[in-house]
Design a binder for this molecule. Structure first.
Ligand code: F0G
Length: 462
């Protein structure tokens, strides 16, 4: 008898309730795709088999979190769930003040409006769509100061989310520290492929910024995933707990915006966290206008309770090992059959390199949008374009941005899909890869003004 050589790990949970999926035929999917204008954001969820559009708000909550919904204190003011959330924020992230928001972009909106003046520059480790738009709407200009390696899908740098200190310093020298209200650091970096930033780099950015009196705001949306990468990849952190690592990361920053729909294992929610009382005071005033009272910020009490409980579940190492392990599992499968993906595999998603996958298409034929559409057609699997459509247009010249990375993101919701779903996904990608030479590009026939990737429509090129 053949021996099983390896010792596997498995998910640290078992399944108590399931959601049934509808199976579709190729004809069904052809029709659905046509109706959706070849944009996976416009598909109806019931027409999707395995939904890898996003890990945002798509997580499976635990029985404890569901039970937490029942102890939602739905008072208009001073809900006890707010104080519970505040306590967990202090304990795990270490920030002083909490302003809840309906989701991440609510926090980005307030932070941008409070700190950015017209003509300011906001350096960051690659842009994120909503973050950059809020910076621009406040009159600022985003400047990408991520290391060059991040723009190269094959570079194996373990911390491709790092900030290039020279790029940051030369921006400071060029425009002056007064024109830089803060540096925006994302951990992990979504658009680079879920790549982490190292603790060493964070520390160095802090030093540089302190020297010039510049603040640092953290996009902590997937900071726990980043903490796990620091633990397994960075020297000196192997024996530290996830909680210790997260606290240290946050200690180098002045506050954070948070989309709790990712790391924190909930379906809705976010917050702005701050150490500076004056900024907090402004945000607490502003939240009442745009989100809701400062003790609920657009959320129900039960949502805040699920979030507070989610913080404690998400910081567990066994959870993160399974979460990131699942993504790595799919990554290894795709690599073994030669499919071009962004390496190293990131925390929340596999990113197919559409430029290499469909080299016969020009970037203006939307290779990633095309590939996402083909994958759906093949298998009912929904993924997301992260290339020229997501990058949008330059606000001054009106031209498309032509990002180096033209990617399709297969994003894994936390605690939702099984290893068999992962196998089916890899096999579907392989099937599309085998017929890649026959695939034709797309033409954009409708383009919305803001965040066009959500609602743009396309048709097949003849
Ligand atoms: N920051 C990052 C790094 C994000 O990935 C997101 C959302 C946000 C901020 C905005 O948060 O959606 O709660 O308003 N990313 C989702 C995604 C949409 O699919 O990657 P939000």
């Amino acid at each position: 008898m053949e021996k099983l050589k390896k010792r596997s790990w498995a998910e640290p949970f078992k399944i108590k309730s399931v959601e049934l999926l509808k199976m579709t035929t190729r004809e069904d999917r052809e029709r659905a795709l046509e109706e959706a204008g070849y944009n996976t954001f416009l598909l109806k969820s019931e027409d999707v088999y395995i939904d890898l559009l996003t890990d945002s708000g798509t997580n499976a909550m635990s029985d404890v979190q569901w039970a937490g919904l029942m102890v939602g204190d739905e008072a208009y003011a001073g809900s006890k769930n707010f104080y519970h959330l505040e306590e967990k924020l202090h304990q795990y992230y270490g920030y002083k003040y909490l302003v809840p928001t309906h989701q991440g972009r609510g926090a980005e909106h307030m932070l941008s409006q409070i700190l950015i003046k017209k003509g300011d520059y906001i350096p960051g480790n690659m842009y994120f769509t909503t973050t950059r738009l809020h910076q621009e709407l406040a009159g600022g200009t985003f400047v990408d100061v991520i290391i060059d390696e991040a723009h190269d899908p094959t570079n194996l740098h373990p911390f491709k989310g790092n900030i290039d200190l020279q790029k940051l310093e030369s921006l400071i020298n060029k425009v002056g520290a007064k024109k830089i209200p803060y540096v925006c650091i994302a951990a992990t970096v979504n658009m680079a492929g879920g790549q982490p930033i190292s603790m060493e780099n964070l520390r160095q950015v802090r030093e540089l910024c302190s020297k010039h009196g510049i603040k640092i705001f953290f996009d902590a949306t997937r900071a726990m995933e980043n903490a796990y990468f620091i633990k397994v990849r960075e020297q000196g952190y192997g024996n530290k707990s996830m909680a210790e690592i997260l606290r240290e990361m946050c200690s180098y920053t002045d506050g954070c915006t948070m989309s709790a729909k990712k790391d924190l294992l909930v379906n809705i929610g976010g917050f702005l966290a701050l150490n500076d009382y004056d900024i907090f005071e402004e945000a607490r005033n502003m939240v009442v206008v745009y989100e809701g009272l400062h003790t609920y910020g657009g959320l129900a009490g039960r949502d805040m309770e699920a979030m507070a409980l989610g913080i404690v579940e998400a910081i567990q190492e066994d959870h993160m090992k399974a979460r990131i392990g699942q993504v790595e599992y799919v990554g290894e499968k795709l690599q073994s059959i030669g499919v071009p993906i962004v390496l190293p595999v990131g925390g929340h998603a596999i990113f197919l390199d559409a430029k290499k996958f469909l080299p016969h298409l020009q970037q203006i034929e939307f290779p990633a949008q095309t590939l996402a559409a083909e994958l759906y057609l093949e298998s009912g699997i929904r993924s997301m374009e992260r290339g020229i459509v997501s990058a949008g247009r330059n606000k001054d010249t009106g031209d498309h941005y032509y990002p180096k990375l033209e990617l399709v993101r297969l994003t894994f919701p936390r605690r939702v899909y099984t290893q068999a779903h992962c196998d089916v996904t890899a096999e579907a990608v392989e099937a599309v890869y085998e017929r890649r030479n026959e695939i034709k590009g797309l033409e954009m026939v409708y383009e919305p003004k803001y965040l066009r990737f959500f609602q743009a429509r396309f048709k097949r090129k003849m």
